[in-house]
Design a protein around this ligand. Structure first.
Ligand SMILES: [Zn+2]
Ligand SMILES: [Zn+2]
Length: 304
């Protein structure tokens, strides 16, 4: 199976504690790394998790609260010290460039690579990134400031080629790509050999959704329907639901309600408040509604 995993670098909320790092994750799709949010200390976690800096492709920032983006200047500066030459692309709201550009102009004058900011509108769902194997679209969330989650969708994979049959029918190498794309093979004698002889069905493609920070917000349900893995914030327990509402965060119960309504396969909760004495309270609360829930934890690597 090809690698598609989510690494948790930090899953604490605003107030830094010794228990958690601040929000940051790295999606590893076939050894290409995509960072989601970059709270303070994320670069240390990047190292601690033995992720390879040179494989970092792009960074997606959900919203401009410090616990999701204060790590950016440090990381960008470090990548320069490591001699990065590849362009770095950052996807965030328009203000991100306004905020970080002067900082980089001052502190990172001799950067060995270019940083490009790409802005998106967090109020609507849009495709913001695409390459050969992946599409990333935004998920508008409901928070005190404009906020968007991200849907990582693997593109459909090619079917597997059955090498023995290719050899048996002496299919020229130049025809293999068309066979992968679904074409039949016409043998030199004019006989049609059906595509199914040469291929085994492709592995299914997977989806990962990141939804943080957000209040309970049913409008995200159709956007994340059926995903293999959902990360949803659960800052508080439902006992503190009034506080969750007031601060535009969610309770563990609400995260589970969203997971259940969206029929996702697995839920991981995070963005834990420093006030929670024992996060198992959140886990039990969520599991009462959606049993396939796990607690986020720094250092965790989950297959999507
Ligand atoms: Zn936050
Ligand atoms: Zn926030």
């Amino acid at each position: 199976m090809e690698r598609f995993e989510v690494n948790i670098l930090g899953c604490g909320s605003a107030l830094p504690t010794t228990k958690h790092f601040l929000s940051s994750q790295v999606v590893n799709l076939r050894d290409k790394l995509y960072m989601i949010d970059c709270g303070e200390g994320s670069q240390l976690q990047f190292r601690a998790l033995k992720l390879k800096f040179q494989r970092l492709n792009s960074i997606f920032i959900s919203h401009l609260h410090g616990d999701h983006c204060f790590g950016l200047p440090g990381l960008i500066s470090t990548l320069g010290m490591l001699g990065r030459t590849a362009d770095l692309h950052i996807y965030a709201q328009a203000d991100a460039e306004k905020i970080f550009k002067p900082f980089l102009d001052y502190f990172c004058k001799e950067l060995t690579y270019k940083v490009f900011f790409h802005s998106f509108n967090p109020a609507k769902s849009e495709l913001i990134y695409e390459d050969r194997s992946l599409k990333v679209s935004t998920i508008p969330l409901k928070h005190r400031v404009p906020s968007a989650g991200f849907l990582f969708e693997e593109k459909p994979k090619s079917p597997h080629i059955i090498r023995e049959m290719i050899d048996f029918y002496q299919v020229p190498t130049s025809r293999i790509n068309t066979i992968k794309a679904g074409a039949d093979f016409i043998a030199p004698e004019g006989q049609t050999i059906p595509n199914a002889i040469f291929t085994r069905p492709a592995e299914p493609s997977h989806k990962y959704a990141y939804c943080s920070d957000t209040a309970y917000y049913e409008k995200i349900i159709p956007l994340i329907e059926g995903v293999d893995l959902l990360y949803h914030e659960a800052t508080f327990s439902h006992e503190d639901v009034a506080r969750a509402k007031e601060t535009y965060h969610s309770s563990a119960k609400q995260a589970a309600q969203i997971a259940q309504a969206a029929k996702v396969k697995k839920l991981i909760i995070g963005h834990f408040s420093a006030r929670i004495p024992d996060e198992n309270i959140l886990l039990h609360e969520a599991r009462e509604i959606f049993s396939n829930t796990i607690l986020g934890k720094e250092g965790m690597a989950l297959n999507v």
